[in-house]
Design a protein. Sequence first.
Length: 180
Amino acid sequence: MLVAVPTLSDPFFARTVILLVDSDDSGSSGVVLNRRAPVDLSTLLDGAGLSSPQDTRGAPVWWGGPVQPEAGMVLYLEEEQLPDYEPCVAIAPGLRASWSMELLQDISEGDGPTVYSLFLGRASWTGGQLEGELEEGSWLPVDLDRSLLFAHSGDESWDQALRNVGASPQAIAPGGAARA
């Protein structure tokens, strides 16, 4: 995971927590966990011509990032009864991400995963770009924190991510280094 340092001024990425979905020599991509999209899940499902169960009314949809904002991704916890949705990426044991329309259909019918979040768009870096931003101190790399994945708490998730690494917005020096 990546946590934006308090001095990161990019309006989209300021105060964000990002889950990296994939990374290799050609680049990296992930989703912003704490930027709510201006649409709820029910509205999005209705707009896609899918039914929307009652429990999706008011459920948040998240802005995953500025790249391909029309494309969706579902982050979810594995469950025994779920089929193998394709395409799918295993991010960590028991944690998957999928772009499957079958998965979205199952969610709309109430047959999908119990714990999930839907993201529109993604954050993306070309080969070496993220490494450069890490060297500049724009991001704090942190271990996967499952408590932040489905928290749905906006800026509170960012505050919590900083506290989890023993920092606070006031304790981060320009350039990303923690003050002693």
